[in-house]
Design a protein around this ligand. Structure first.
Ligand code: G3I
Length: 319
């Protein structure tokens, strides 16, 4: 059967799937990833706690391993992520920063990581999950110390270190019209109007089977694409969880929901691709975070395609 990445490229999109260090040593998983996916994202290996565990000490071994795997298999890499209130090393959360010292530390982090991966990643999620559900800014060390200006400062530092990589702000729960979606669109609109480097919005799309409105989801892509002319939208972390063990009815609904998301992306030239957060149910963050839920990815834990794969196939074929 035709690989998902090929079906995607026929309609001008990519199909990607995240991979983590643990999965990288599973040859069945790497073979499936290489066969189906033209883009990947390191699950945790490029985050701040992984790349700068002590101030000024940079460790790229784990991220480099994923970049090497990708390069050996013709896969492009999305860098994830530079500035986020989670997965920070304790020195970032524990230092008594001033505005100036945190800007310097953040800029140094971005400069070093982006420079190391210059030419090796196609995108950076420069800022990850900046908003609360009500559209206010998340309370984290960056916002609390620098204010919302940490976002343009981070984007400018990333652009200075790599003039060619595409720069994203990435968040979850952008899958329906909400205060959070409006806040994200307005932020990107205002950044662009100020001349701050920004290429697009990453919509994570961690979804629940049965909760996807096809027209509602498509409308979110239109709203994000409307932030400014040429704004890109990337579906960055798609998964569709259900109660486990998976029922036949939920697996069938999952096919429909994967179709809804992929076909919505296909409708908009601004939507450049769809990436799932993993590819096999053997490796997924879901069950450890949402007790009693799982089965969220297109392939089962034995690497067999679920009917979700048919939903993705038909979604790309809808173009
Ligand atoms: O590395 C430590 C290990 O040393 C320790 O023994 C072990 C014990 O719990 O924990 C390990 O760290 C875990 C890490 O994954 C690496 O496996 C953390 O506990 C665990 O919280 C962390 O979870 C990651 C999560 O981000 C953290 O926020 C998930 O793997 C990763 O899939 C998830 O990815 C995020 C995206 O970055 C942003 N969007 C949401 C998405 C899902 O939460």
């Amino acid at each position: 059967t035709t690989p998902l990445k090929t079906l995607a490229s026929r309609v001008g999109k990519y199909f990607g799937c995240e991979i983590g260090q643990e999965a990288l040593s599973d040859t069945q998983l790497t073979a499936l990833t290489a066969a189906q996916c033209s883009v990947t994202t390191p699950e945790n290996e490029m985050k701040w706690d992984a790349t700068e565990p002590s101030q000024g000490v940079f460790t790229f071994t784990a991220g480099d391993a994923i970049v090497s795997f990708a390069a050996a298999n013709g896969i492009s890499v999305r860098g994830h992520n530079l500035v986020w209130g989670s997965q920070l090393p304790s020195w970032v959360t524990n230092t008594a920063w001033t505005n100036a010292t945190l800007i310097a530390a953040m800029t140094n982090h971005i400069t070093n990581v982006v420079t190391h991966y210059k030419g090796k990643v196609i995108h950076w999620d420069v800022v990850n999950e900046p908003f609360n559900g009500d559209g206010s800014y998340a309370s984290d060390v960056f916002y609390n110390t620098i204010g919302s200006e940490y976002i343009p400062i981070a984007l400018k530092a990333a652009r200075a270190a790599d003039p060619n990589v595409k720069l994203f702000i990435n968040d979850y729960n952008l899958d329906y019209s909400s205060a959070k979606l409006t806040a994200m669109v307005n932020l990107v609109k205002s950044l662009h109007a100020r001349g701050i480097p920004i290429d697009g919005i990453g919509s994570e799309s961690h979804l629940i089977v049965g909760n996807v409105s096809p027209s509602g989801y498509a409308s979110t892509i239109a709203q994000m694409a409307g932030a400014f002319p040429g704004a890109l939208v990337a579906i960055t972390e798609l998964d569709l969880r259900m109660p486990t063990p998976a029922s036949a009815a939920n697996l069938a609904q999952q096919e429909t929901d994967y179709y809804s998301v992929v076909s919505a992306c296909v409708q908009y030239s601004a939507c450049i691709g769809v990436e799932t957060w993993g590819i096999s149910d053997k490796y997924s963050w879901i069950s450890s975070t949402f007790s009693g839920y799982g089965a969220a990815l297109p392939y089962d834990a034995n690497f067999n395609p679920k009917s979700a794969v048919t939903g993705i196939v038909n979604g790309f074929a809808s173009g």
